[in-house]
Design a protein around this ligand. Structure first.
Ligand SMILES: C[S@@+](CC[C@H](N)C(=O)[O-])C[C@H]1O[C@@H](n2cnc3c(N)ncnc32)[C@H](O)[C@@H]1O
Length: 315
């Protein structure tokens, strides 16, 4: 499905289409679907909510069509993608920051790298790993717009098929387990990671992303890094006490825990954002806590004529 009149095209030939691809996630909406639902069921100026925003496909489809969107996401990988594409920094600033990080990478040589599990020396060349350690240590991705944008573009490139990303051969959508990966690289003659110059590689990625500029004339977009079972109460207060408009559309897909585990599958990107350098399943605590309370919340805070679009929810 292609919405030419809303500038959405799958072929990346405009800023909206190009930024919509940020970034690889798991169980995400097809962008065409999110754009189409927002287009059909809301008008410009309406508010759209997604309490399980993932990479913020629904909110991005809303703001780029002149709606106001609020998304909540608990996984920082999805949040970084969302924040970057709703509020991308200026290209020159992102490139200048990249150069700074590359200069800093000389402080993250072999001595820092030896502290990491063996997976990392199979996955990345020494130069790439020094760059990643510098970015991980220096980028203030939570609070600085330039740093969030640069981090989002690093996360997109962090692992992918050989030649497309910074890593040895890997899936782009999800990181495989360390032991499995090392064995796979050994069995397939890929013990040596690819030689890549991170500066020229990332400059090309940045230029490609900004080739048509960034989306303009958009609605306001809010990306909240939070637990929606807690944060929805704040949004309720904003409506009741601060006079904010009710939401017109709920467009969301709740977590499918029996299909994927968002923290485990994104462990390598989460390491870039401060998690330990190995996968962990301990973040499962959010499972199944939201369905009853969410339904109750919606009955109070959705405006007249809303569409409650809960996809794939299991009771
Ligand atoms: C199926 S994915 C959503 C994908 C999204 N529709 C997209 O297109 O990217 C569900 C998301 O819910 C998030 N999630 C799970 N529990 C949450 C909670 N309590 N608060 C906020 N987000 C949560 C997960 O981290 C995951 O990113």
């Amino acid at each position: 499905m292609v919405l030419i009149d809303n500038q959405w095209q799958r072929n990346y030939q405009n800023p909206i289409g190009r930024w919509a691809g940020v970034g690889p996630y798991y169980a995400m909406f097809p962008n065409e679907f999110a754009f189409d639902v927002v287009h059909r069921f809301t008008n410009p100026g309406d508010r759209v909510l997604d309490p399980f925003a993932g990479r913020f496909s629904s909110i991005y489809a809303s703001t780029t069509q002149g709606r106001d969107g609020t998304g909540i996401e608990i996984n920082p990988v999805g949040w970084v993608y969302g924040q970057a594409k709703l509020h991308p920094a200026a290209q020159d600033d992102v490139k200048a920051r990249l150069k700074e990080i590359c200069r800093r990478s000389r402080w993250f040589g072999i001595r820092s790298q030896r502290k990491l599990p063996e997976f990392f020396s199979y996955c990345y060349s020494e130069k790439v790993l020094a760059f990643l350690l510098a970015a991980k240590s220096e980028l203030n991705w939570r609070n600085d717009r330039v740093d969030t944008t640069l981090m989002s573009l690093i996360l997109v490139a962090l692992h992918a098929k050989l030649g497309s990303g910074l890593s040895n051969q890997m899936r782009q959508s999800k990181a495989m387990a360390p032991d499995y990966s090392v064995k796979w690289w050994q069995d397939n003659g890929l013990e040596i990671p690819p030689t890549i110059d991170p500066l020229s590689f990332m400059l090309k990625k940045i230029d490609w992303r900004y080739q048509h500029g960034v989306p303009t004339d958009i609605g306001s977009g809010e990306a909240l890094l939070a637990d929606s079972t807690v944060k929805l109460a704040d949004l309720k207060l904003e409506i009741e006490n601060d006079g904010k408009a009710k939401f017109k559309l709920l467009l969301t897909s709740p977590p499918y825990y029996d299909i994927t585990h968002y923290h485990y599958d994104q462990w390598l990107r989460l390491w870039m954002l401060g998690n330990p350098p190995w996968p962990s399943k301990t973040e499962d605590k959010h499972r199944g806590r939201f369905s009853g309370s969410l339904a109750k919340w919606l009955s109070y805070n959705m405006g007249q004529g809303h569409l409650g679009h809960l996809i794939g929810q299991r009771s």
